[in-house]
Design a protein around this ligand. Structure first.
Ligand code: NAD
Ligand code: TYD
Length: 353
């Protein structure tokens, strides 16, 4: 089977490939990635020499390049991760999100329709987020039928891409599936997202910038659990359907940051009080969703998937990974990362300024 994985040099895509390439020796995986700031070829170390792995540096919004690639490869399965993925960046530069997430998905769907959809057993699997549903209040859970109500340019662009995928399924009969997942964490995550940013800042004794009052709630899922969930939906989910994926692990941001301080302190023999003293409240994110939480009963019932990692074990493994991978950390903390820290944090100021 020929598999195209888009965005395979990013956080979740590279975890998916590291799990899948050795597991499915009879599948050929082609990683299609434009290598944006969020990508890192080092994420693929260990599998990049495998005989069933290949790489193509292509922008998914480039219809000529994608059309040519699909005409040549004619993949049986497309697992579509490629996207601009960070909410704060979408507030600063929404145009990039429209281009990559909406136009990029459209271009892939067109190429899949032209070259793959008539193949027996072909599938376009679209990887999306629970943020398309907008914000929950203090109670309730997102289900697959929750109304779309995105708040940020990021989530609006992912919502648009979900609608396109579903529409291509209904209108052209494309074999599609969609998964909407909650917040991921784990190895190889670019340190612009909450958990790796706090881990690295704590290790470097830099301020730990909590937006607003730190009361926002996210439902955390270890990245390996997400990758297994995607395979369970590919293998057992119904065509045309949407499946929610979540960790049943709701935590307030402040509690996450405090747990990070505890684990980093334990792993490095530092003082928890010293690390917690680095917590700094900064100006809130505009349009900041209060709470996300997923009901994944449909995925469990139909595909037999359940998360295997607790937050405690996943967080400890993640902290250890960042401690053990100095070179990777140094490579991502280069120019582009420093620019972002300057744009997003130094100008953010304190919460009450
Ligand atoms: P990431 O930012 O770490 O990686 C994105 C990858 O996509 C990078 O390798 C980048 O180079 C590539 N890419 C971006 N634009 C591209 C383009 N135009 N052409 C080709 N490649 C392009 O993102 P991630 O956290 O790994 O997220 C992967 C997917 O999972 C995204 O679709 C995201 O919306 C979804 N998702 C993420 C989370 C999360 O918590 N990170 C949760 C739910 C869903
Ligand atoms: P993030 O990792 O950006 O994921 P998302 O916005 O997609 O959920 O943020 C997770 C939560 O952490 C979110 O409520 C915003 C908050 N946050 C901070 O408080 N400080 C930070 O420096 C970052 C990056 C996020």
């Amino acid at each position: 089977m020929k598999v195209v994985v888009t965005g395979g040099a990013g956080f979740i895509g590279s975890n998916f490939l590291r799990l899948s390439v050795p597991r499915f020796a009879d599948h050929h995986f082609l990683n299609v990635d434009k290598l944006s700031y969020a990508a890192n070829p080092a994420n693929l170390h260990g599998i990049d020499e495998a005989p069933n792995y290949g790489f193509a540096r292509v922008d998914i919004a480039d219809s000529a390049a994608v059309g040519e690639l699909f005409a040549k490869e004619r993949p049986d399965l497309v697992v579509h991760f490629a996207a601009e993925s960070h909410v704060d960046r979408s507030i600063v530069a929404p145009d990039h999100f429209v281009q990559a997430n909406i136009v990029g998905t459209f271009v892939l769907l067109e190429a899949f329709r032209a070259h793959c959809a008539d193949r027996n057993g072909a599938l376009f699997h679209h990887v999306s987020t629970d943020e398309v549903y907008g914000s929950l209040g203090t109670t309730g859970l997102f289900t697959e039928t929750t109304r779309y109500d995105p708040s940020s340019p990021y989530s609006a662009s992912k919502a648009a891409s979900d609608h396109l995928v579903r529409a291509y399924g209904r209108t052209y009969g494309l074999p599609i599936k969609i998964t909407n997942c909650s917040n991921n964490y784990g190895p190889y995550q670019f340190p612009e997202k909450l958990i790796p940013l706090m881990i690295l800042n704590a290790l470097e004794r830099k301020p730990l910038p909590v937006y607003g009052e730190g009361r926002n709630v996210r439902d955390w899922l270890y990245v390996e659990d997400h990758c297994e969930a995607i395979w369970s939906v590919i293998e057992r989910g119904r065509l045309g359907e949407t499946y929610n994926i979540g960790g049943r692990c709701e935590l307030r941001n402040m509690d996450v940051v405090q747990q990070i301080c505890t684990v980093v302190a334990a792993e490095t023999r530092a003082s928890v009080t010293e690390l917690e003293g680095l917590i700094t409240f900064v100006k809130d994110r505009p349009g900041h969703d209060l709470r996300y939480a997923i009901n994944a009963d449909k995925t469990t019932a139909e595909c037999g998937w359940q998360p295997q990692h607790s937050f405690e074990s996943g967080l400890q493994a993640t902290v250890r990974w960042y401690l053990d991978n100095h070179d990777w950390v140094a490579s991502v903390q280069s120019g582009e990362y420093r620019n972002w820290m300057e744009t997003n944090y130094h100008k953010r100021g304190a919460a009450d300024s």
